[in-house]
Ligand binder design. Structure first.
Ligand SMILES: Nc1ncnc2c1ncn2[C@@H]1O[C@H](COP(=O)(O)OP(=O)(O)O)[C@@H](O)[C@H]1O
Ligand SMILES: [Mg+2]
Length: 393
């Protein structure tokens, strides 16, 4: 990637304060797609695409969501934008329960929550001009912007770095990167609060990806947007996210501030994903050994028992096959769902809320009696350097 480091190192002015009320809150979110067979279309099973997600998105932040193909990222994106009906769970937007809103009730929400799609080729109607495409949201919502639709569309074209004179051109007259800019302009037309971008750059050439990522970053600063950005690899996510959720087979296995996740991942799966991210400086102290995961991602129709990652995990023990690990805060703001979390603090953390959950988690982890002298608190706070203040970057 040629994205300048600067894009990742300076938190945007709109970065969240420590604990504002979340813009979006998701609890116990489940989406199972039924599998039907025969003339009677009897249900014979279900694809467990999303299976119990809990997370918040704070105003002004970017939550990055990563995981291998098929782990449920797009399904999650479509659930929170209410393009899909959840099987179970709750979605709250600005404190309001929007889980089962009907079409009419959804109308105002459609203005506030927008989606940018992966493929800039198929997501734009080839028979419509750019002007028609970007003005469609105004028609759908019955809104006439101040100064008229044409002027507003031209302002949006300029905002995303396109020539406003190209209002009457068709999508095929633009390059892939330019088409994605058109998709972004359309998503921003109604001044949304939350933008969910599903793999916004993965269909683009690497040389163009950085431009689009930087555009999203600039627009966030300018318009105070909140993002959920979905990607299958961590190198894109790294440059845009304030916090990152790592998904595996329909579940979040780790959720942490970007710096904490990159410097001290706790879940073996996150560690493996990170080991595949190229380090810009080969002499860097963060040089990593590549971890190659064995086998393929299991089927979401019959996921493994206990921890879903156990079939591919080098740390798995008996408990992992029988007991599902709960997403737990082992450090402030750093949640992990693993019986054998890496980089877990040796000493109990300071915060009492975290202390309780950490004790609970340690109680689950410690199934065997400790060897004499091993892992005692007296060994003196050997948590990896740089992890303590990770949220204060
Ligand atoms: N409409 C659908 N009907 C049945 N299965 C689906 C549907 N949409 C997605 N899936 C399945 O759900 C799982 C998660 O898919 P998806 O959310 O697209 O994953 P990702 O975006 O992480 O690649 C996959 O196994 C996929 O085949
Ligand atoms: Mg997807």
């Amino acid at each position: 990637m040629t994205i300048p480091e600067q894009a990742s190192s300076s938190p945007s002015p709109s970065s969240p304060s420590p604990s504002p009320e979340p813009l979006l809150r998701v609890s116990g979110l489940v989406k199972h797609f039924p599998i039907k067979k025969g003339v009677l279309q009897r249900q014979v099973g279900a694809v467990q695409a999303v299976d119990g997600l809990d997370f918040d998105v704070r105003p002004g932040e970017t939550l990055g969501v990563v995981g291998e193909s098929g782990c449920g990222k797009s399904t999650m994106g479509r659930l929170i934008t209410r393009l899909l009906e959840p099987t179970k769970g709750k979605i709250e937007f600005e404190g309001r329960d929007i889980t089962h809103l009907g079409t009419g009730q959804m109308r105002p929400l459609r203005r506030d929550v927008q989606m940018i799609f992966q493929d800039p080729y198929s997501s734009l109607n080839p028979r419509h001009t750019v002007g028609t495409i970007i003005s469609a949201p105004f028609k759908l919502q019955n809104i006439t912007p101040e100064g008229g639709v044409k002027r507003e569309v031209q302002r949006l074209l300029e905002l995303v770095g396109l020539n406003p004179e190209h209002y009457n051109r068709y999508p095929h007259e633009f390059s892939g990167g330019q088409r994605q800019r058109i998709g972004i302009a359309r998503a921003l037309a109604l001044k949304p609060k939350l933008v969910v971008a599903d793999e916004p750059v993965s269909a683009l050439d690497v040389s163009i990806q950085a431009q689009v990522v930087n555009l999203l970053d600039d627009l966030q600063d300018e318009l105070g947007l909140t993002y959920v950005i979905i990607a299958h690899d961590l190198s894109v996510i790294r440059h845009v996210s304030d916090r990152i959720a790592v998904m595996y087979l329909g579940k979040i296995v780790e959720l942490a501030d970007r710096k904490a996740l990159y410097e001290s991942p706790m879940h073996p799966y996150s560690k493996a994903l990170l080991s595949a991210v190229p380090v810009p400086d080969p002499r860097s102290k963060h040089k990593r050994e590549r971890i190659l995961l064995k086998g393929d991602v299991p089927s979401p129709i019959s996921p493994p028992s206990g921890c879903r990652f156990h079939t591919r995990c080098w740390k798995a023990t008996d408990i992992c096959t029988t007991r599902e690990p709960v997403l737990t805060a082992l450090k402030t703001g750093h949640q992990v769902a693993c019986h054998h979390a890496e980089n877990a603090p040796d000493q109990a953390p300071q915060s009492s809320a975290v202390l309780e959950t950490a004790r609970e988690a340690i109680a689950i982890v410690d199934v065997t009696p400790p060897a004499a002298g091993a892992g005692t608190a007296e060994s003196g706070g050997t948590a990896p350097a740089g992890t303590e203040d990770s949220s204060k970057e």
